[in-house]
Design a protein around this ligand. Sequence first.
Ligand code: SF4
Ligand code: SF4
Length: 367
Amino acid sequence: MKMENNKKLGFGLMRLPQLEEGRIDVEQVKEMVDLFMASGHTYFDTAFAYPGSEEAIKEALVKRYPRDSYTLATKLMVQPTGVDEEQAKAEIKTSLERAGVEYFDYYLVHAVQRSNYKKYEEYGIWDYVKELKAKGIVKHIGFSFHADPELLKELLDKHSEVEFVQLQLNYADWDNPGVQSKNNLEICKAYGKMVTVMEPVKGGILADPIDTVKAIFDEEQNGMSYSSWAIRFAASQDNILVVLSGMSNVEQMKDNLSYMTDFKPLSEHEMEVIKKAQKAIAENKAIPCTGCRYCVEGCPMNIPIPDIFAVENRKAGSPKFRTQREYSIVTAGKGKASFCIQCGQCEDACPQHLPVVELIDRCRELE
Ligand code: SF4
Ligand code: SF4
């Protein structure tokens, strides 16, 4: 598998703009799609598990552009929704219908990690996606991965048919022992697998980083956004097919395109600046939650875990932040940190391997 063109930005469809809770702003997505396509970019990444995303891209892209002018990726998921084998294998049919396409260019086994990889084996999903490829229903097969290099090697040894791997890769997680961006990338390179990058901005955290990191980038006075450092860092690595940016509005799309349409890798000096930012992050105590919300569905106490973590982080990073007011807003009608019964479901679901129970306990202080 090789790069389709020189454009390294992918449109991640996980955090699309919403008009209200749960209803995607399709008109704004259309505008974003038009800007993206006009810049020469073509890679779109959705998933069966992203609510409303496949349907939205049908309206904003599939119905409006020739099928061979873009590439579309989606994913098959067994967790955290707890689907059985039959349901997992039926997902492709639903995805095709929702997106209004006859094939997907890329099909990924979704969010493989220590807590679920055996389930993918047990259900025969790897053979199943191979069959889909043989039938032409999907063109390329891969998996998105959230675990350690040992498991990555094991999977690539067992499943040589896999053509690419989607990795969480950003400058903050480069040496993070829970994520191991750098080591996992090295393994993909050694196995000759292309990499699609997810979470280059770490769920938005690096778009609005802690004050010490902001100061490091501000000193450079290059007039570019904080996100630009993160996305260009990911795109500057070897073996990258695309860097998926989960853009949520037209402004973010315009910002991303401003430096990715004519992409230039980070210079040596810029890499040194990134190293300083990495050091500042390592010294900070913020909770590295990406806001993916995989932990929320299974929480028996309906605790809005990532929203509480966001309040805790803002409190630590900005002295003027109105902590109690924000905490009351995010927990209104939901569980508070003190409701936690320590069942541990959230930790099994967390692709960042965060000690959620311990961290939620720390957040009781916000009440
Ligand atoms: S351990 Fe606490 S926060 Fe986590 S799922 Fe259970 S009740 Fe919810
Ligand atoms: S705690 Fe983990 S699973 Fe939950 S939103 Fe944050 S990163 Fe995602």
